[in-house]
Design a protein around this ligand. Structure first.
Ligand code: GTP
Ligand code: MG
Length: 362
C-alpha cells in the first residue's frame, strides 16, 4: 500500500507548484525514478533517514524505499458544481486517494492574481470544502435514488446501504465532512466504497511567501485550522520548486540560508502517516533492503503477507529488532549479544521501525 494524497484548492493557490516541487525532487533519487503515470499523478520514494542509515551499515546492493503518490487536479472556485471555472469534474481523479491536502494561498505575489483578491484562509477553506461537499451530495443522492428504484423490483432492499447513505447525507447536508470515527469498522468499509471525498482525512498546506517563512506559524491560518480541527503544514512552494532542480550541495546551502530544516515531502509524510495512523517496517532479504508501509496495529502474519503471500501461508515466526537498536549496536551480531533480537509469533503487532526477518515454510 502506497500512501496517496490528492491536492485540492483554489486556482493559483500553488497546487501544481508544490506538486512539481515534490515530484521533481524524486528525479535523481535511485532506485525509484520519478514515475509518471499520468501528467498529474506522481509516485515519489519516501525519504527515510533510518533506512539510509541502515543501508550505510549493511551496504545492500539495492535499497527500496516505500512510496507516496500525489495527485494534482485543477482548481475549484465557488459554484464549481454549477460549472463555474473549470467545473468540478476533476474531483473524480481524487476519489480514490487516502488523504486530501487542501492548499491554502498564503503568499501575496502581486503578479499572481488571487481569484478572490485578498488573502483570507478561512474563506478559501470554506469555498473549496463546500464544493467538495456539494459534489459528494450529488453522488449520495444518486445512489439513494438507485437503491429506491432497485428496491421496487428486487428482494434485496439495500437497507444497510440506505441507512449508511442517509447517515452520511446528514453530515453533508449540514456542510460538514463525514466523521468516520462515528462508524464501526464494517460500516466504514461500506462507506469508503461510496468513493466520497468528504470521508477522507484532510490537512492544510499553507503556501507561504519566502519572506514570511520566518513568521510561521501564521495566526490566521492556525486559528482557522484549529476551528476545523485540522493540521497545517507550511510550505513555500515557489522556493521549493526552485531548490528541487538544484544539485544536492547547492540545495543544502540554500536551505540553510532560508532556515529550512527539511523538505516539505518529509513534513507531508509525517502528517500523512499520523492522520492515517501508518507505520514503517523494514526487511533485508538477500541483497535487497526495503521499507514498507502498513497501518498501525497490523499483526506480524499480515505484514509477512505484504512481503510475499508464501510468507503469510507458511509463517513460522519472525525475528524482530528495532531499527534504532540495530543502528546503535552497529551489527546483527552485536544486537544478538545484547539480546535485542526477539522471536515473535504471528499475533505479534508490528511496531514502527521493526526490522522483520520472517521464517516460513511452504
Ligand atoms: N511568490 C510565490 N508565487 C507562487 C508560490 N506558489 C506558487 N506561486 C505562483 O503562483 C502561480 C500559480 O501557481 P500554480 O502552482 O500554477 O497554482 P495552482 O493552484 O496549480 O493553480 P490551478 O492549476 O490554476 O488551480 C504560479 O505563477 C506560481 O509560480 C509561492 O509560494 N510564492
Ligand atoms: Mg495547477
Amino acid at each position: 500500500m502506497s500512501f496517496s494524497c490528492g491536492f485540492i484548492g483554489l486556482p493559483n493557490s500553488g497546487k501544481s507548484t508544490i506538486f512539481n516541487a515534490l515530484t521533481s525532487l524524486a528525479v535523481p533519487c535511485q532506485p525509484y525514478p520519478f514515475c509518471t503515470i499520468d501528467p498529474n499523478v506522481g509516485v515519489v520514494p519516501v525519504p527515510d533517514r533510518r533506512l539510509f542509515r541502515l543501508a550505510e551499515l549493511l551496504q545492500p546492493e539495492k535499497v527500496v524505499e516505500t512510496t507516496i503518490q500525489f495527485v494534482d487536479i485543477a482548481g475549484l472556485i465557488k459554484d464549481a458544481h454549477k460549472g463555474e471555472g473549470l467545473g468540478n469534474r476533476f474531483l473524480a481523479h481524487i476519489r480514490n486517494v487516502d488523504a486530501i491536502a487542501h492548499v491554502i494561498r498564503a503568499f501575496n505575489a502581486g503578479q499572481v492574481p488571487h481569484v478572490y483578491e485578498d488573502i483570507d484562509p478561512a474563506r478559501d477553506m470554506d469555498i473549496v470544502e463546500t464544493e467538495i461537499i456539494i459534489s459528494d451530495l450529488e453522488i449520495v443522492e444518486d445512489r439513494i435514488k438507485k437503491i429506491e428504484r432497485l428496491a421496487k423490483i428486487s428482494k434485496d432492499k439495500g437497507e444497510t446501504e440506505m441507512e449508511l447513505l442517509l447517515r452520511v447525507k446528514r453530515y453533508l447536508d449540514t456542510g460538514r465532512f463525514v466523521a468516520m470515527e462515528d462508524f464501526d469498522e464494517t460500516e466504514r468499509h461500506v462507506v469508503r466504497g461510496f468513493d466520497l471525498i468528504a470521508t477522507k482525512p484532510l490537512f492544510y498546506i499553507a503556501n507561504v511567501d519566502e519572506d514570511t517563512l520566518a513568521d510561521i506559524p501564521l495566526p490566521k491560518i492556525e486559528d482557522a485550522a484549529k476551528q476545523r480541527n485540522r493540521q497545517v503544514v507550511y510550505i513555500c512552494g515557489k522556493l521549493e520548486q526552485d531548490l528541487s532542480v538544484l544539485p544536492e550541495e547547492e540545495r543544502s546551502s540554500y536551505m540553510e540560508l532560508y532556515g529550512m530544516k527539511e523538505f516539505s515531502i518529509e513534513k507531508i509524510i509525517h502528517v500523512g502517516y499520523r492522520i492515517l495512523d501508518l507505520i514503517t517496517f523494514y526487511t533485508v532479504v538477500g541483497k535487497v533492503m526495503r521499507a514498507w508501509t502498513i497501518p498501525r496495529g497490523t499483526p506480524c502474519i499480515k505484514a509477512a503477507g505484504k512481503i510475499h503471500t508464501d510468507m503469510e501461508k507458511g509463517f513460522i515466526r519472525a525475528e524482530v529488532i528495532n531499527i534504532d537498536d540495530f543502528i546503535a549496536c552497529g551489527s546483527e551480531h552485536a544486537a544478538r549479544e545484547r539480546g535485542l533480537l526477539r522471536l515473535e509469533g504471528k499475533e505479534y503487532i508490528v511496531q514502527d521501525g521493526d526490522i522483520l526477518h520472517i521464517r516460513f515454510n511452504v
